[in-house]
Design a protein around this ligand. Sequence first.
Ligand SMILES: Cc1ncc(COP(=O)(O)O)c(C=O)c1O
Length: 498
Amino acid sequence: MPSHASAARVAALVGSVSPSPPASVATSGAGSGPAYARLADALRHAITDGRLPEGIRLPSERELTGPVGLSRTTVTRAYAELREQGYLETRRGSGSVVRLPEVPGGRVDHLLSPASLDSEALDLTCTAQAAPTGLAEAYAQALAELPCYLAGTGYYPSGIPVLREGIAQRFTERGLPTDPEQVIVTAGALGGVATAAGALVRRRDPVLVESPTYPNVISALTGTGARLVPHPIDHLASDWDLPGLTAAVRSSGARAAYLIPDFHNPTGALMNGDQRRELARVLRAAGTVAIVDESLVDLPLDGQEMPAPLASHLPTAITVGSASKTLWGGLRVGWVRAPRGRVEELANSRLRQDLGTPVLEQLATAHLLSRYDAVLAERHAQLRAGRDVLVEGLAEHLPDWRVRVPGGGMALWCALPMPGSTALAVAAREHGVVLASGPNFAPAGGLDGWVRLPYALPPERLAQVPARLAAAWEDVVRGRVRLGTDLRRREHDRRIIA
Ligand SMILES: Cc1ncc(COP(=O)(O)O)c(C=O)c1O
């Protein structure tokens, strides 16, 4: 991402905002009213839409006057308005930098990040990025289509048809022919897992899970009363131990298995095609139903071909997907792909949670899916840069941490030279980094020798992480971190991790 936008680029983005605007101005976001207000509107539109991303430096007021054809006073007033609204920050010597205004009460819920977190802290509790370019535009298109839905009740418990079609088409393109009737839209992938578990799992049923695994699913499955059967996956080899898994499936008699075969969270492991075929055979023979979480499937970062979906080898599998990792977490859109014979059972389970996902969000998601390749290209480039910055920085500042560089997904899973992940999370806060320690990912305790580092923040922010972590790790190694039971519990109880 360039660090500054040239005057010509900004002028092209805002279109004409001269005193008598042509008809096209309204659609370019320039609005009506005095010229300074139209310029401010057009700039705000480009900022909220991601075309002028947060952190980019705008041309000076003097530089912009010529290319936009407005007086210096007009440009100065427009910048002043944006500053007042929180879209620009001007510092002597460094010019005017784009900002996104703070949400009253903070950008993220206190359950995700501690309330005391200062805005300069680097929050590594989430494998999720800021909204992509074009998100506000997708909402604008959705809003324009909303009138078609107003004559109905707005309840679509399985999702609106256009989105179900878009999701089904994507499965079909990936080699898993899918009818829109098999798709149930949910509140994120987490809602999808809850839908699957609600249909399948009864109290005390054994459910196989990988260890480590995604923390919120540990809570969701435990909440259904399931008895979790953890199966260790080999973190550094980034691999599944199929003979071990087979033995665990057979001996536990697991009713269901929750699996993340595509850039597994937190390890980043990718199950290969042979392993998928073998696993399908084992699960089929045992009558164990797979709940396959594909939340990260669209994030291969090295241009590699992805193996066919697990469900293409295992027709009984229930596949869960999400818009959160590639589009935006704020959409709260996910889905379940049900096997043909299970659609009604899963739709009923989804109904027991709530009566559907909001129509506007579904419409916006459908729009983004219609130009998914462009969104993915942007996501892949950002994540690749973030991953590489973090890997290089760790090699320099923490050479005795062991990391296997994942081919995709959003996080590094690092082996520490000694157990101390909980203490590290406590120390890291003092150095301005918020972490989810290894034990959060452990279905049955342990994993204090591991830490997950997401690379979802912008690369320039991630570049600051390794030095801060090295200082925090030094505190741990020198025994400067004292963990009372309270602190230990607090670190492990925070299971609201994305
Ligand atoms: C494997 C996995 N499943 C589910 C989720 C939750 O996704 P959503 O926001 O779609 O509920 C995440 C988020 O980090 C995840 O990594």
